[in-house]
Write a protein that binds this ligand. Structure first.
Ligand SMILES: [Zn+2]
Length: 248
């Protein structure tokens, strides 16, 4: 397919104009015009780009791209090597951050919820990025933790009483530990996200609301995969998800 057609389709589907993000969403680096093969991944790291180039990708599509608000502008060192890998292989880089967390079907939160058997019934937090559901029958924190571990193939860090009964489950993928208090205010019994910080422990202890840190990478593997699968169904393109493991 045509790269410009792909760009317009993705920007429209993910409704990029709706978000105030920390990075540009959409086409971040331009590659060849014709796109037959799209590689997806969580982060556009050098290892990911090398694997994508080896597979023969014309475009890569990721959740964590480049040009973050806080990052230095000079194209040197690691930044140079990543961009050179794209240029040398004429690969386009498409990156969608908050729009991909948020999307109702292919979004990270929707996809993580689906894998855990959770269907969001309400939203909370800034931009409504956090998802929440009420279970028909309560489950214990131990049971929920085991389910998360099995689904993500990674042991989560769990704060709270393992025998506590949970009914209201809130989640937001990635580094969304700062939404913990918003989840508590929204009535959650447990909040699941990717990362954890030192203050999180005290918030859990003092609020009595459980916290599960299941991994930033592990919780954000699914949105971009679902988006790639969607593209290969809809258009004449091949899709491969390349998982470069990350313990965080
Ligand atoms: Zn993230």
């Amino acid at each position: 397919m045509d790269r410009i057609e792909l760009e317009l389709y993705l920007n429209d589907m993910l409704d990029i104009g709706r978000f105030k993000d920390y990075c540009p969403n959409g086409l971040q680096v331009e590659g060849r015009r014709r796109v037959d093969k799209i590689a997806t991944g969580v982060t556009a790291s050098l290892a990911f780009l090398e694997a994508a180039a080896q597979w023969g990708a014309d475009a890569v599509l990721v959740h964590h791209g480049y040009f973050w608000r806080s990052e230095a502008s000079p194209i040197t060192g690691r930044k140079y090597r990543r961009l050179k890998q794209l240029f040398d292989n004429e690969m386009s880089l498409f990156a969608y951050h908050l729009p991909l967390d948020d999307h109702a079907e292919v979004g990270n939160n929707a996809q993580l919820g689906a894998r855990l058997g959770l269907i969001g019934d309400s939203r909370f937090g800034p931009d409504g990025l956090g998802w929440m559901t009420t279970l028909p029958m309560p489950i214990t924190l131990a049971h929920f933790g085991a389910q998360v571990e099995q689904t993500l193939a990674r042991a989560p860090m769990i704060l709270g009483d393992l025998d506590a009964e949970l009914r209201r489950i809130a989640w937001c993928t990635g580094a969304a530990q700062n939404y913990f208090e918003a989840a508590i205010d929204a009535g959650a019994d447990v909040y699941l996200t990717g990362e954890i910080s030192e203050p999180t422990t005290h918030i859990a202890l003092e609020s009595g609301v459980a916290f599960v840190a299941a991994g930033h990478h592990a919780t954000e593997r699914y949105g971009v995969q679902a988006l790639g699968a969607h593209l290969s169904e809809r258009f004449d393109v091949e899709h491969l998800f390349i998982d470069i493991d990350n313990p965080v």
